[in-house]
Design a protein around this ligand. Structure first.
Ligand SMILES: [Zn+2]
Ligand SMILES: [Zn+2]
Length: 492
């Protein structure tokens, strides 16, 4: 018997919109195609320069990164370069589903990545069961659900928190592990579908939200197989299924079909992703060498003024008088920390003019970098956290993100300041995140069809709240719909 559910939201972690569009257009994703035919869809903007950690945190907290402070699986203790795992630095914000639960809505939430487990007055949550890059062990509220799921369906294999084996790491997957990796993903997809269907039957949900990780993992490791322009496209795969990426997308579409079948016409269905996937060309491997050379090329008057600024303290990484260093991040964009006790009030007056000159000089120097082998710029965009993000946790973010041009692999870098720097990259995983995802929504209460507005990832939670008629306020996100009474919605 069908259960009454008001909003059914299915996240496809890092599913690429262009690939989904191609596949549905040729009839390969019939369930997504049907949703597109009866609903509204649009692009979801991700925070510039950030990968899945920042995106999922922005989704869960309905907040932009300067408020939640999460940019990677590890992060900075404010005002220092000491790093801790991100869950130890969690912001004092509750995820949007906890706000809804406190309002009296019955919520069921499964595996939203990079997100805290909330104690819910109404409903349930499972965290870090089958998730790419888990924050911790599988846990749930109420607690018995986690053991029920792992006893019935097993633990995550590809991103194994307990053993430390993490097959989705930066290096390319060895050939011998490709088939087991693919089979493990197909198994986790099936487990997530079955587990979600079982938990779905436990209640009548105002919101039922489940997230599949498989597009994320298969995209990292096999993107070269699906992208004909990829430099590694000719490599043979050691898998029994010849086209694993499309195969996983088709399987996810079938899982969506089974979940959506549980809902009725009054259920608002949302399918979404916060990021896409693209060839993993990067200058991650030589960014710190670039910064070293840039420090040496800095005009002496600017250098003198920078040396007089208040510096970060207690940072071993800066002990050799470094002014700016590369800090850990997903290789989709280089992350830079400036050796200055800022932002947020660290400097003022003439010193802030010096900082501005520093930023402008650095931005220009980074944008001037080219790949001498093809003459193409290697930097697409320089993101300054002081300009793009706001909030009291902005100083937990890197100061600068360098977004790479991803049209060819980068094995040499040149500019007037840097000279020529030859640097052969290691064999990275072949795919990586690229900005922006998508949403698709359908249901009798949604009075919108076809292409809708572009929204921020932080807007999706508030949009779900609006679909429920919630009056809650969220940190940054805004609903994409106006709510009418009796309950129906139209685009803002
Ligand atoms: Zn990733
Ligand atoms: Zn993974």
């Amino acid at each position: 018997m069908k259960k009454r559910t008001r909003v059914l939201a299915i996240g496809l972690d890092s599913a690429d919109f262009d690939l989904i569009w191609q596949l549905q257009a040729c009839g390969d994703l019939p369930n997504i195609q049907a949703l597109l035919g009866r609903g509204v869809w649009g692009r979801v903007q991700s925070p510039p320069g950030l990968g899945d950690d920042g995106v999922w945190a922005s989704f869960s907290f309905a907040a932009q990164p300067g408020r939640h402070g999460r940019y990677f699986w590890q992060g900075f203790v404010p005002g220092s370069l000491e790093m801790k795992r991100s869950p130890e630095l969690a912001p004092d914000i509750e995820p949007f589903w906890a706000t809804l639960s406190a309002e009296g809505y019955n919520v069921g939430v499964i595996d939203v990545p990079k997100s805290p487990l909330a104690e819910l007055p109404h409903g349930m949550q499972v965290a870090d069961w089958l998730v790419h890059g888990r924050d911790g062990k599988t846990r749930s509220y109420p607690p018995h659900l986690a053991s029920m799921l792992t006893e019935r369906f097993g633990h995550d294999v590809t991103d194994d928190y307990e053993s430390g084996e993490f097959l989705c790491c930066e290096e390319a997957l060895p050939a011998a592990k490709q088939e087991p990796f693919l089979q493990a993903l197909l198994q986790s997809l099936e487990s997530k579908k079955q587990g979600s269907l079982e938990l779905y039957t436990l209640g009548e949900w105002d919101l039922f939200l489940t997230v599949f990780k498989e597009c994320h993992c298969i995209g990292h490791e096999f993107w070269h197989s699906v992208n004909a322009d990829h430099e590694r496209h000719h490599e043979c795969l050691n898998t029994t299924i010849p086209d694993p990426v499309r195969h996983v997308y088709r399987k996810l579409d079938a899982a969506i079909g089974e979940l959506v079948k549980q809902a009725d016409d009054n259920t608002a269905v949302m399918i979404f992703s916060g990021l896409g996937m693209h060839a993993n060309y990067t200058a991650e491997h030589c960014l710190d060498d670039i910064l070293l050379r840039l420090e040496k090329a800095m005009p002496p008057p600017l250098l003198e003024k920078i040396r007089a600024l208040p510096q970060l303290t207690g940072c071993a990484e800066f002990s050799a008088e470094r002014l700016m260093i590369q800090i850990p991040h997903n290789e989709m964009s280089g992350a830079i920390k400036l050796n200055i006790a800022q932002p947020n009030g660290g400097v003022s007056g003439e010193q802030s003019t010096t900082v501005e000159q520093w930023y402008q000089w650095l931005e220009k120097a980074l944008l001037a970098l080219v790949n001498p082998n093809n003459g193409q710029a290697i930097v697409k965009q320089v993101i300054r956290s002081d300009q793009c993000f706001w909030g009291d946790r902005r100083n937990m973010l890197p100061d600068v993100f360098v977004v790479w041009q991803r049209s060819a692999s980068i094995n040499a870098v040149a500019s007037d300041e840097v000279g020529v720097l030859n640097s052969t990259p290691p064999v990275f995983r072949s795919g990586n995140h690229i900005a922006d995802g998508f949403y698709m929504m359908a249901g009798s209460m949604i009075d919108a069809r076809g292409q809708g507005q572009t929204v921020s990832i932080a807007d999706l939670g508030p949009t779900i709240a609006a679909l429920l008629g919630s009056k809650a306020h969220f940190t940054d996100g805004q609903s994409m719909f106006k709510v009418h009474n009796p309950l129906s919605v139209t685009p803002v």
